[in-house]
Design a protein around this ligand. Sequence first.
Ligand SMILES: Nc1nc2c(c(=O)[nH]1)N(C=O)[C@@H](CNc1ccc(C(=O)N[C@@H](CCC(=O)O)C(=O)O)cc1)CN2
Ligand SMILES: Nc1ncnc2c1ncn2[C@@H]1O[C@H](COP(=O)(O)OP(=O)(O)OP(=O)(O)O)[C@@H](O)[C@H]1O
Length: 282
Amino acid sequence: MSGDRGGVLSKAAFFLMTHCHHHHHPTLRAFLPSIAVPVRCAAGSATPPAAIVMSDTAALQQKRAVRSRIRKALKDFSPAQRAQEDVEIQNFVLNSSWFKSCKGLCAYISCKSLREVDTSTIIADVLKNSEHDLQVMKKLYVPRVEDKNSHMRMLRISTIEDLVANSMNILEPYPVDSDQNEREDVLLASQPVDLLLLPGLAFDRHGRRLGRGGGYYDVFLRKYEELANQQNWKQPLRVALAYSVQIVEDELIPMTETDVPVDALVSSNGVFPISPAAFERM
Ligand SMILES: Nc1nc2c(c(=O)[nH]1)N(C=O)[C@@H](CNc1ccc(C(=O)N[C@@H](CCC(=O)O)C(=O)O)cc1)CN2
Ligand SMILES: Nc1ncnc2c1ncn2[C@@H]1O[C@H](COP(=O)(O)OP(=O)(O)OP(=O)(O)O)[C@@H](O)[C@H]1O
């Protein structure tokens, strides 16, 4: 796919690998293929759940197994290839129309020790433009962990100096800026964001995403989805950044009720839309 840079060929290839989802309901969860493990049904409920859901304990065990497998693969991933994929993935994002045109986004601040896909070039690009060019200014919100109960806020920053390392050694903003003003929380903002750049440990071609087990993103994604619905805003595109070793085959990542699928993946092979919303906008 070299020379195609996320264009028609790589899209077509990925499209062929995935099923055609166009005629389905826009919620991915509704048409994810079932997983061959016990179905959980509310007792006495007449209709089965929209998706076949693994029993919680089976899903938990399966998630733990995939996490440790991918952690190991990331450890074994050569620094040279990692660095190359970091550049390629970020370039696909930076050169895309959906990134260029986005007016507001939430992005994670990548952490070296977690071996996450680097976002520093993307972050620097957004902040550079917001300093110098009001026309292309994007509002940038980044995570701040508030407590251990899966509570994370996305707070607006305007410079990289707004970030300080937390106890997990992840850079995050203080709740107030240098003038002691409360930072804007994306869930309280008057304007929507149109893009969410998401981290994770493992992903598959159906948009299933496996995080680090904190539930922070699943909780946040659910809340933002609800907010956008309430406000009649278009849902933001949920785009995950993934090293090649983080994309796993089907049937490996179980989906439980609280898991929120992503709309698209960006890997070193290109941009891969998954949901109907992604096919519309990518
Ligand atoms: N860059 C970045 N920021 C983020 C997240 C993230 O995944 N990446 N989060 C997304 O949730 C939240 C923080 N959640 C985190 C959850 C676990 C670990 C972590 O260090 N996990 C270890 C295992 C810890 C243990 O269980 O002992 C690991 O995964 O190796 C880090 C952040 C908010 N900010
Ligand atoms: N919307 C939610 N409301 C309440 N609890 C939730 C919600 N989403 C996830 N959780 C809980 O968070 C915990 C971790 O969930 P899970 O293993 O799916 O997280 P993850 O996808 O690995 O992490 P993350 O979303 O932070 O990347 C589980 O106990 C789950 O029940």
